[in-house]
Each structure stands twice: as structure tokens, then as C-alpha cells.
Design a protein around this ligand. Structure first.
Ligand SMILES: NC(=O)c1ccc[n+]([C@@H]2O[C@H](COP(=O)([O-])OP(=O)(O)OC[C@H]3O[C@@H](n4cnc5c(N)ncnc54)[C@H](O)[C@@H]3O)[C@@H](O)[C@H]2O)c1
Ligand SMILES: N/C(=C\C=C\C=O)C(=O)O
Length: 485
């Protein structure tokens, strides 16, 4: 397998970086790419190019601008296998997940925001005036400007395009900085944009890290108008500090410590299926994943046994095997973090119902970043493993006796991203979902997405919402015009 060179894309041209860093496979540790780290000067030139391209891009008729987004979606679909292999190569995620979620959502994000840019209504009011006549008020929206997009490694293409698509659709120009851990599909996206004839400077790509690298060069750059970021809560705080002097708008989708509530009247098999997916999907590396499960006492023992059976039966394997249900974590470094929580859980008194260590394959995968799907019980609600995001294939299961207790337990966190409620009593489903202090509450489902809905969290889980008109609100600045009639 040739070692890929992943380069930056500035002002319509691919460029080597000032230096390179290696990307290794999380499956077998092999070197798979050399990534060209952008210098501060390259980030600066990307910002200059984006600023220069902004007036013409913003002035394009919406139909012409959104035709470019449809061309990007077509390009992703045309090169579907290239994107699929690149995403799997970077992350080790199973082909079943990448092929159904990551890559299709890359194209869907562009199509969705092309449609929204063409159809979203303009806010306006007819105002009665004291002289008995009227005034017309309307909110005229202009692009925010040059937008920095900084994205994480867990759903690389999905989360990058979730921000790039609305930013471009609503007339902004973009510098994107993907995670250093998963640089490949962002590079392919730049190739697709280049081949689609996107005007130079409209979409730029700078590879690198956070501190003292492309990420920080962007957030501290005086001529970037706003930052949209997805990643760890601590990184969000660092970016807030970086943009504070310029009082720049930020949109943050951060960490979570999401709860699932299973009531005794739930469809038991559906709840087990749903929570198996919400705990172990993508090796637990989805911000929306469940790490805390609370089960009504009458079915607690039965549920723990059923989920443990599913975890033990989980097919952990090669990403390209269509039967594989769970691949490795994204890197050895991240596995060290997850294993540190496996050790901490024991110190904090957890019962390890299943898992808690590293599977042994006896082949090249032993050089990868695999861990066992893991279930804990018996921890105190004050344990660090209950309060802190692990971001791996692990959950803790605890019992509850009343609805009020379940709500209190679920809300006892500084995060506020997502929750799932499993009950066949839909009056209770509405009531409990509304009581969750989160941005997204699912009832008898999980990760079911309508891209027009508000997406994001509160507390340590983020600032703002994106999706549908909420993306319009972040990626544009309104001027309210009032005309006396
Ligand atoms: N809420 C959501 O929608 C959502 C989605 C996916 C992941 N996440 C969260 O992201 C985390 C995992 O992703 P990660 O490890 O890539 O997050 P991370 O915060 O380590 O890195 C995210 C991105 O930020 C960059 N970065 C890091 N420090 C920076 C700095 N000081 N200035 C500018 N850029 C900086 C990184 O290079 C990367 O591109 C988890 O906490 C997960 O919950 C949240
Ligand atoms: N932002 C979205 C998903 C986030 C997943 C977090 O890991 C989405 O589905 O649009």
C-alpha cells in the first residue's frame, strides 16, 4: 500500500507543508500517510485567499452557489469508494458503519444545506405605526464572512461537512482544519472541490494540530470572522480564550456523558438493541453515545445480563469485514486514555460485568488499538467514571425506582448533549424527554437525525445549535431593515 501524501489546499492549489507528520493505522499500526503540516504563513495565506474570494462568492445568486454544493455532493458520491477506504484507513471503523453513516452523510450535508439556502424564509413583519399607517420590517442576512472550521476524528467527513456545507451555502468562505488523527477525507473533499471548479479561496484546507499549529493559528487570526468547532470541552474552552480578544462568534459542539433511561414497560428487546447500538457504535466514539444507563429495578438484572450477552457476542474484527460490528479505537493514544478509565473504574469499585481490557487476536491487529466492549455496575454516582467522558465502548448500568429519581440521575452532570428514553408509555416518553437537560432527547430510538432540527448541547456540551435554520442564524449576520410605508 503506497504511503499517501496529504497536502494543504490554499487558494485553489495543493501545497506541501513546512513539515510532515506520520499517520498510522489503528488496525495494525502500519504507516499509511504523511501529512503536510501547514505553517502559520500558510494559514495566513489561506485567510487572505478566503477574504479575497468572499465578495464574489457571497454575491453569487443562491441557485449558482448551491449548484456548487450539489456538485460537491455528486463528487463525494462519485468517489464513494475512495472516501470509504480513506475514512476506514484513518479510523479503523467497520465498513458497515462508514458505508452507511459517515460517507452518505457527507453528501447529504451538502444536499440538505443547498436546499435550505434556496428555501428558508426571510423573517419579516408588517408593523402598525402611530400615524395609522404601517412599516415593513425584514431581516436582511449577510454571510458571517471568513469562517474557520475545526473538526474532530470520530466522524471525520460527517462532522467536517456538517459545518462546511452551511458555511458555504450561506455565502461564507472557509478554512477547514480537520483532526490530525484523520486527515484523509478532508483532503479528498478538497480534491472534489477543486475538480468541481469551486472558485479559488472559497474552500481552503490546512492540516495540523491545535496548540502552536494550524488550529491555534486560525483561532488567533485577526481576519477570521468566526469559528465553528467540534471536539473536546476543554479544547472548546481554549478556543474561547483564543477568540475572546476579537469577540468572535463561536459555535461549539463538545463532549457528552449521555444517559439512557429504560423503564420497566419498555419494549425490552428494542431497548437492548437500541442501547447496544448507542453504547458500542463506532467503538463508543460518538459524542451522542450512551455512557450511563439507568434501568427501572424490576428489569435491572435481566437488562444487565442481556446487554452483557450482546457485548460478549460483539464481532470485533477487521474493518473491511462486513460482519464486523466493532473495530479498534482511533489510535493507541486514545486507547491509553480509555484503558486508564478501565483501570480507574476498578479503583473506584466497579464490578466489571464484561470486558475491561484488550482482546488478543494473535495477528497484526494486536499492533492496533482494539479494546473489549465493556460494562460496569456498582459505581457511586460521584465516581469519576460516571462524571467524565470516556469516549470508548463502555457504559455503567445502575437501577432506579421512580421516574423522578431517573430524571435526577440523568441530569446530574455538567454536560448536556443527548439522552435516550425507552418506554412504551408515550405520555411518559414526552414528559421525561422534556425533563432532560440536553440538546437532543430520543424516545425509543437513538441517533435518528432530521438535519433541519436544532443540534447541539448545553453546559460542557457546547454553545449554540446548528442544523436547519439554526445554521442560517450562525453563518449569517442579520440587518433588520425598517421601511415606513
Ligand atoms: N458535540 C458533538 O457534536 C461532538 C461530535 C464529535 C466529537 N465531539 C467530541 O470531540 C471529542 C473527540 O474529538 P477530538 O479528540 O478530536 O477532540 P479535540 O478537542 O482533541 O480536537 C478536535 C479538533 O480541535 C483541534 N484542536 C485541539 N486543540 C486546539 C486548540 N487549542 N486550538 C484550536 N484547535 C485545536 C484538533 O486538532 C482537532 O482538529 C470528544 O470529547 C467528543 O465528545 C463532540
Ligand atoms: N453533528 C452530528 C453528529 C455528531 C456526532 C458526534 O460524534 C450530526 O448528526 O449532524
Amino acid at each position: 500500500m503506497p504511503i499517501r501524501q496529504l497536502r494543504n489546499y490554499l487558494d485553489g492549489r495543493f501545497e506541501d507543508g513546512a513539515s510532515t507528520f506520520d499517520k498510522h493505522s489503528p488496525v495494525d499500526g502500519q504507516l499509511i500517510a504523511q501529512v503536510h503540516e501547514a505553517s502559520r504563513d500558510q494559514v495566513d495565506r489561506a485567510v487572505v485567499a478566503a477574504r479575497r474570494a468572499l465578495p464574489a462568492w457571497a454575491a453569487l445568486p443562491v441557485a449558482a452557489r448551491t449548484d456548487y454544493l450539489l456538485a460537491l455532493a455528486d463528487g463525494i458520491e462519485r468517489r464513494f469508494d475512495d472516501f470509504l477506504q480513506a475514512e476506514i484507513g484513518d479510523t479503523g471503523k467497520p465498513i458497515g458503519w462508514a458505508g452507511k453513516i459517515d460517507i452518505p452523510r457527507g453528501a447529504a450535508n451538502f444536499r440538505t444545506f443547498a436546499e435550505l439556502a434556496r428555501t428558508l424564509d426571510m423573517e419579516s413583519y408588517m408593523t402598525d405605526t402611530p400615524d395609522g399607517r404601517q412599516a415593513l420590517n425584514y431581516a436582511y442576512r449577510k454571510p458571517l464572512g471568513v469562517v474557520g472550521v475545526i473538526s474532530p476524528w470520530n466522524l471525520p467527513l460527517l462532522l467536517l461537512t456538517w459545518k462546511v456545507a452551511p458555511a458555504l451555502a450561506f455565502g461564507n468562505t472557509v478554512i477547514m482544519k480537520p483532526s490530525e488523527v484523520t486527515p484523509s477525507t478532508a483532503t479528498l473533499l478538497a480534491e472534489v472541490a477543486h475538480d468541481a471548479g469551486l472558485p479559488p479561496g472559497v474552500l481552503n484546507l490546512t492540516h495540523g494540530f491545535g496548540p502552536n499549529s494550524a488550529g491555534e493559528f486560525m483561532t488567533t487570526h485577526p481576519d477570521i470572522d468566526g469559528i465553528t468547532f467540534t471536539g473536546e470541552s476543554s479544547t472548546g474552552a481554549a478556543i474561547m480564550r483564543a477568540v475572546a480578544p476579537g469577540v468572535k462568534p463561536v459555535s461549539f459542539e463538545l463532549g457528552g456523558k449521555n444517559a439512557a433511561l429504560v423503564f420497566a414497560d419498555a419494549d425490552f428487546d428494542a431497548a437492548v438493541d437500541g442501547i447496544t447500538r448507542s453504547v458500542f457504535a463506532n467503538c463508543g466514539q460518538v459524542c451522542l453515545c450512551t455512557e450511563r444507563v439507568y434501568v427501572e429495578r424490576p428489569i435491572y438484572d435481566r437488562f444487565v445480563a442481556a446487554l452483557a450477552e450482546r457485548a460478549r457476542a460483539m464481532r470485533i474484527g477487521w474493518p473491511l469485514d462486513p460482519d464486523t460490528e466493532m473495530g479498534p479505537l482511533v489510535s493507541r493514544e486514545h486507547r491509553e486514555k480509555v484503558l486508564s478509565y478501565f483501570a480507574l473504574a476498578r479503583e473506584e469499585g466497579a464490578t466489571v460485568v464484561t470486558g475491561g481490557s484488550v482482546p488478543v487476536f494473535g495477528d497484526a491487529r494486536d499492533q492496533g488499538a482494539y479494546v473489549q466492549p465493556t460494562i460496569w455496575t456498582g459505581l457511586s454516582e460521584n465516581a469519576r467514571c460516571i462524571k467524565e467522558e470516556v469516549f470508548g465502548p463502555v457504559c455503567h448500568i445502575a437501577p432506579f425506582d421512580t421516574e423522578d429519581e431517573a430524571i435526577r440521575l440523568a441530569n446530574d452532570t455538567h454536560y448536556g448533549l443527548a439522552a435516550a428514553v425507552w418506554t412504551q408509555n408515550l405520555t411518559r416518553g414526552h414528559r421525561v424527554a422534556q425533563a432532560m437537560q440536553v440538546g437532543l432527547a430520543w424516545v425509543n430510538c437513538w441517533f435518528l437525525r432530521d438535519l433541519r432540527t436544532p443540534f447541539g448541547g448545553s453546559g460542557l456540551s457546547g454553545i449554540g445549535r446548528e442544523g436547519g435554520r439554526h445554521s442560517l442564524h450562525f453563518y449569517t449576520e442579520p440587518t433588520n431593515v425598517c421601511i415606513k410605508l
